[in-house]
Design a protein around this ligand. Structure first.
Ligand SMILES: [Zn+2]
Length: 334
């Protein structure tokens, strides 16, 4: 296998920037400026950095196709999707999900353009990545979608900047289109993947392994109960301790569950300089983490789709470019 077997799902349209909501018809509100600490250009910046550093590597770069309403309806509540399409209800709903109160005064049309459209593209990218790794005609066991990882999205509501839970609809697609019976979610974003947990809980064909900072939001007890391997870590956890726990947890989950597909939610808000994550991993630690997860999947021959999820620092794109580097390392034929 060569590095050209690795697929990156990417389009510049995965980038988004939240505008000043005063410009979107929210009269009387002061401009909110940079309302969220998330780097909306992370996908482009990460890919650019990777290509600059490793010009000799040649991953397949595949443009995502936006998730359709039908794709979303396979995993999400019809009433929730209808509310997101209703101009009278949706702006307030979206404002709550993205935690930007001023967005409630914007029109649905404007919010759809700046926010929901890029999010549907990111969600579609996760579906595309699943189709790539499961396509029997390809030999692409790893695909990285440079958008997505909306792990706080629930069946009937969004939360924490997550409108559509792409991991959940991707698992549903793997089962529906490819007959995949056991899907393992490996979620290492610093925040508890509570949305994904509730989708995956109570089922024999889904399992959720979650390594997260237990001292920060959301602290969701229902999600904890729905998670097959919940691993809460204290704030300040450093790389060595983190990696040891991750390796033991992965060995346990892979051994017990024997997944046919891994959906890897590779949040970079575990970085020590992150504004929200509270963990203390260096860039090298995050690269070691990603290498460990990908190696464990490869050892067992399990296809893996990775998504970037959260990251709230100006170095988030550097950490994400590390995942691209790890995924595209040349492999020897065996
Ligand atoms: Zn996070």
């Amino acid at each position: 296998m060569s590095s050209s077997d690795i697929a990156f799902v990417f389009s510049p349209d995965l980038d988004f920037s939240l505008p000043d909501f005063a410009d979107l018809g929210n009269e009387g509100q002061a401009g909110t400026g940079n309302v969220h600490v998330f780097d909306g250009a992370r996908a482009s910046r990460a890919l650019g950095l990777f290509q600059e550093g490793y010009p000799e590597r040649n991953p397949n770069i595949i443009a995502p196709v936006a998730a359709t309403q039908e794709d979303l309806a396979h995993g999400l509540c019809p009433k929730y999707l209808a509310a997101l399409a209703d101009p009278a209800i949706a702006p307030a709903l979206i404002a709550e999900i993205i935690e930007v109160p001023a967005a409630a005064g914007a029109s649905l049309e404007a919010l759809d353009q700046v926010l929901l459209t890029p999010m549907r593209l990111a969600a579609g990218g996760t579906l595309d990545a699943v189709r790539i790794v499961l396509d029997p005609k390809r030999d692409s066991p790893i695909a990285i979608n440079l958008g997505g990882g909306y792990h706080h999205g629930h069946y009937d509501r969004g939360q924490g900047f997550c409108v559509y839970n792409d991991i959940a609809i991707a698992a549903a697609l793997a089962e529906r289109e490819y007959g995949i019976r056991r899907v393992l979610s490996v979620d290492v974003d610093a925040h508890q993947g509570n949305g994904t947990a509730t989708f995956f809980g109570g089922r024999s064909d889904r399992a959720h392994l979650d390594l997260y900072n237990e001292d920060i939001w959301p602290g969701d007890d229902d999600a904890w109960a729905a998670t097959r391997w919940p691993v809460g870590l204290p704030s300040g956890t450093k790389g060595a301790a983190y990696l040891a726990v991750l390796e033991a947890s992965l060995d346990l989950a892979l051994g017990e569950f024997e997944p046919e597909l891994i959906l890897y939610n590779a949040g970079t808000d575990t970085l020590d300089v992150d504004l929200l994550g509270g963990l203390c991993l260096t860039l090298a630690d995050i690269r070691a983490r990603d290498a460990l997860v990908l190696a464990k999947a490869a050892e067992r021959g399990v296809p893996l789709v990775a998504v970037p999820s959260g990251g709230y620092s100006d170095s988030s794109h550097i950490a994400l470019s590390g995942l691209l580097e790890v995924a595209s390392r040349p492999r020897t034929l065996s």
